[in-house]
Design a protein around this ligand. Structure first.
Ligand code: ADP
Ligand code: MG
Length: 296
């Protein structure tokens, strides 16, 4: 391959809204046979909104209690970059004009949730995965209901006691289904990879035409999932946007970051899709193949 032709390819890539780290990336792009897609923010918009808030005890003070749970959750989530965090902060602002209380000791665990101290109370907002059997009846019903409809539920705990469930919903990007159909025509097998629950993952997968789903995985397990595919002899492209995807993007033969995502994801990737649209990934792979065909 002549360096000049490769540089033409990368220059054209920039015109298509694709930033390529180096000319060698084009060669890898040509080889890939599997495309692993992160769900939230990659196949979906990642612009989540709060759909409901359920509290553990239903009584006369329920509305007040719901607002209290949501505001405490929002206070902690204000320090998070995750789409769930943004949704909860916006949701709280829409439901109450009260300013968010200050938080100390904020900590985010990628792929699982956030914790912080609010008014002396340890407030946690986490995936229901680890604490499902400890949930009061009302809350576990809210979680199950969310999973059945393809939404995402997180549990709010005060000092280790589950007090509420916040359900957030996402929308699939308009171009995702068509781009995934095109990946198939190009000989790439699509796989959906997510830390979210299997119900939400299944809904999205069916809607966009993906058969293979790996759900409820931690960021470390996302890396292992890529390694597994590689050890089966596949050359793997991975598209993602979150901090939680950075390890998997680095492990993949070709890491594709959505330009709308986090800087950490962009740094870990070989190629950045400026618009955050999967259709641009299709264009990038086509371009790489065409450029290399010209050189040969
Ligand atoms: P995805 O692969 O869909 O981007 P993540 O790996 O980031 O998902 O997160 C997996 C799960 O961890 C989420 O579905 C949620 O239950 C929980 N989680 C992650 N970040 C947060 C957060 N900031 N607040 C609450 N829950 C979170
Ligand atoms: Mg994501």
């Amino acid at each position: 391959a002549t360096p000049t032709a490769l540089m033409v390819g990368t220059g054209r890539g920039a015109q298509l809204g694709v930033l390529v780290k180096g000319p060698e990336v084009l060669e890898t792009t040509r080889r890939v046979d599997t495309i692993v897609l992160d769900k939230t923010g990659t196949v979906t918009t990642g612009e989540m909104t709060v759909e409901s808030v359920t509290v553990a005890d239903g009584d006369a003070g329920e509305q007040l209690c719901r607002d209290r749970v949501l505001i405490a959750a929002a206070a902690v989530e204000a320090g998070s970059e995750h789409p769930i965090g943004t949704a909860i902060v916006v949701g709280a602002a829409q439901r109450s004009s009260a300013p968010l209380p200050p938080v100390s000791g904020f900590r985010a665990s990628e792929g699982s949730g956030v914790v912080g101290l609010v008014d002396g109370v340890r407030v946690e907002v986490t995936s229901p995965r680890r604490l499902e059997d400890a949930l009061p009846e009302r809350l576990s019903r809210a979680v199950d209901g969310a999973h059945r409809t393809g939404s995402t539920a997180v549990v709010v705990s005060f000092d280790g006691r589950a007090v509420g469930v916040v359900v957030v919903g996402d929308r699939i990007k308009p171009s995702s289904a068509a781009a995934i159909a095109e990946f198939r025509r190009m000989g790439l097998t699509p796989v959906l990879l997510t830390g979210d629950n299997a119900g939400a993952a299944g809904h999205v997968a069916r809607a966009v035409g993906i058969d293979r789903v790996i759900a409820e995985v931690s960021p470390a397990d996302k890396v292992s999932a890529i390694e597994d595919l590689q050890s089966q002899g596949h050359s793997v492209a991975m598209a993602g946007d979150g901090i939680n995807d950075a390890g998997a993007l680095a492990q993949a033969d070709l890491g594709l970051a959505m330009g709308t995502g986090t800087d950490v994801a962009i740094q870990a990737s070989d190629l950045t899709v400026v618009s955050g649209d999967l259709w641009a990934v299709v264009d990038a792979i086509r371009l790489a193949r065409r450029t290399l065909a010209t050189i040969k």
